[in-house]
Design a protein. Sequence first.
Length: 170
Amino acid sequence: MQIRRLTAADAAQYRQFRLRGLREHPDAFRSSYEEEFGKSADWAARRVSNGAEGFFLGAFDEQEALIGTVGLQLEQRQKLRHQGKVIGMYVAPEHAGKGAGRALIEACIRQARGIAWLESLVLTVTSSNEDAVRLYRNAGFIPCGREPRAMKIDNRYFDKTMMYLELRAE
């Protein structure tokens, strides 16, 4: 498995992978399949290569197929610049439990620590997704709140757990 930053050259593969995740696991994402299906390949290229606004990492198998992604969104507003947001974490189910998720979140944290002004990371995770919550806890994130009924899908509600990771020792 190889972990690396995604570029515009990965946009088509990323877009298909993202749509798969949104379709198969709608409760894991705040975005929906229907909303993102209509977005262009150009949108995907901008998303994965957004530079000053953050980055996306991909996990690739031996055949160079994308098997997992995670993003770091950098805040542009001055009062919030010290905090990055982990977004778009997804590992294909057939690769779950094989270390791709752990490798992705660890690589994301490592790269975040290399950004001089970044002090902490935040994320939200569907509260009922115990495997994801455990993954983030094992990476050092701590729960810091819960948003009840954060999402509504087909008249069913899902809570989101907010998690926090301090990047710098005080």
